[in-house]
Unconditional design. Structure first.
Length: 275
């Protein structure tokens, strides 16, 4: 087992990960890559990095496992409450008026991790839209492991603390030491493996959540991702990013919008109504 990544080795694995996922490793987060590589070598009973490198070149499944291992999957229900307040009080009511004819809302939770964000969005949507509306939520991630947990929809008690009590009572069921999300919420969410470098399986989104994801990419990759989101949205769509993220200084057509305490972006402002 190697002790520390040599510069040559760091460059090899850094470039492999970047070319596959746009996740950018620098000297600052280099120790994280070292730890993840050691874990993979130990799990596979491989002794050298050269041997592991050869495996990555011929085994696409192991390449996906490596990418999976270096992703960050920190999330919570109703994380950044200002976003959900804006969703409930402004964004959903606006779309409800603009899309009154089609009665269809399409949402993308990109980098959904273990599913808390997608389920939170779905619960708010259920409170705003009645059964005559079709709500579609695509929840995607590059990690198979977190998607398995997300699809299961089971969370221990400590994970559901931030769910408003009325939502908890209405949309989750206590079982054992945790809670299951009810099928009426699960049914409007499609969990799907997706590499953010590629086009999504759906398009024409009214809302896109991609929070605390682009901070892991360098400037060119961030620009490409934001452009991809812009192209994937409907004309008057809303774009949510993390509170520590910003599009300022980026060459983008998105319009900055302050709603309450939430900083959001729109593809286009106006009083468009369906015809």
């Amino acid at each position: 087992m190697f002790d520390k990544l040599e510069d040559r080795e760091f460059k090899i694995f850094r470039d492999i990960i970047y070319n596959e996922s746009w996740i950018n490793f620098t000297n600052t987060n280099r120790p994280i890559l070292e730890i993840r590589l050691k874990e993979r070598l130990k799990k596979l009973s491989i002794n050298t990095l050269d041997e592991y490198h050869k495996l990555l070149l011929k085994d696409n499944n192991e390449l996906k496992n490596l990418i999976d291992s270096v992703t960050t999957n920190l999330t919570n229900f109703f994380r950044y409450k200002a976003h959900y307040e804006a969703l409930e009080k402004n964004v959903f009511p606006d779309l409800k008026e603009k899309k009154a004819l089609s009665k269809k809302i399409r949402i993308w939770s990109a980098g959904c991790s273990t599913g808390e964000e997608a389920y939170s969005i779905a619960m708010v949507a259920k409170e705003i839209f009645d059964n005559s509306w079709k709500i579609e939520i695509l929840a995607s991630d590059i990690s198979f492991n977190v998607l398995i947990k997300a699809k299961e929809g089971y969370y221990p008690k400590e994970k559901i603390e931030d769910i408003p009590q009325n939502y908890l009572n209405k949309y989750l069921v206590p079982i054992g030491d945790g809670y299951y999300v009810k099928d009426e919420i699960k049914s409007i969410i499609q969990f799907d493996y997706h590499n953010i470098m590629n086009e999504p399986s759906m398009s024409q989104f009214d809302i896109i959540f991609c929070r605390n994801v682009i901070i892991y990419f360098d400037a060119p990759a961030q620009q490409s991702i934001v452009n991809l989101f812009f192209d994937a949205m409907n004309e008057y769509g809303y774009f949510f990013i993390g509170h520590s993220e910003s599009l300022f200084g980026m060459n983008t057509k998105f319009i900055f919008k302050k709603i309450g305490n939430a900083c959001i972006y729109m593809k286009k402002e106006g009083i468009y109504r369906e015809k």
